[in-house]
Write a protein of this length. Structure first.
Length: 218
């Protein structure tokens, strides 16, 4: 089973976008600092691989921490609800937790029935048994690392295969910018947006963020 199945589409796309923006920052910065010569290509290659590897490790650890934190918070909430003898107060707590996610796709009556069943389940003692790190968390973290590192490949391959270095850097930058558009176009399917607007918007946002990073010395 693919590790990517352990990530939500928004998580996968976010990791790819972050990786592309980071690698584009390095290739643009290398072009500016070195004038696009051989030194610039080498700096861009090493920087892209090193940065995305480091960020992939950091983001993978943060992903595991976030999943464990979320699970523990929900378990704490479940225990708190089960210990509340006042039914209206318990239902209000469940409502605060779940309404933001369910309000747009359910009716009030359906939600209230669901919340009542959740409270009854918690009163029966069926609380979350394990809230620590799980196997699927580790697999998800591996997927996060792989996505971040893979985002560097479109920028790295032209630097390895194309001469002169100036042309390689330009091709690298164009590939990454094109991929930002492609990711935005694909992302539109998950957010009910216009694919062309999403693609152009993400490409523009990525270039703007890269510009900020370069100006600030990133």
């Amino acid at each position: 089973m693919s590790p990517l199945r352990h990530l939500e589409p928004s998580e996968s796309l976010t990791e790819i976008v972050a990786g592309l923006i980071m690698v584009l920052t390095f290739t643009l910065a290398a072009s500016v600092v070195s004038g696009g010569g051989e030194d610039g290509a080498r700096a861009a290659l090493l920087g892209a691989i090193g940065c995305n590897t480091a960020w992939g490790i950091i983001d993978a650890v943060l992903y595991m921490m976030d999943t464990v934190f979320t699970r523990k918070r929900r378990a704490r909430l479940a225990r708190a609800i089960a210990s509340v003898p006042d039914e209206p107060a318990a239902l209000a707590a469940i409502r605060r937790e779940l309404d933001p996610s369910l309000e747009s796709v359910t009716s009030v009556e359906d939600r209230e029935q669901l919340y009542q069943r959740i409270r009854n389940t918690l009163l029966d003692g069926r609380l979350p048994a394990r809230t620590g790190l799980r196997r699927e968390d580790v697999i998800g973290a591996i997927a996060v690392f792989c996505l971040t590192l893979a985002a560097a490949l479109p920028a790295v391959l032209p630097l390895l295969l194309i001469n002169p270095p100036t042309l390689a850097l330009r091709v690298s930058n164009l590939l990454v910018v094109g991929l930002l558009f492609f990711v935005g176009y694909h992302w539109a399917k998950h957010v009910d947006a216009n694919p062309w607007q999403a693609g152009l918007g993400l490409m523009a946002l990525g270039l703007a963020l890269v510009g900020v990073a370069v100006v600030l010395g990133g």
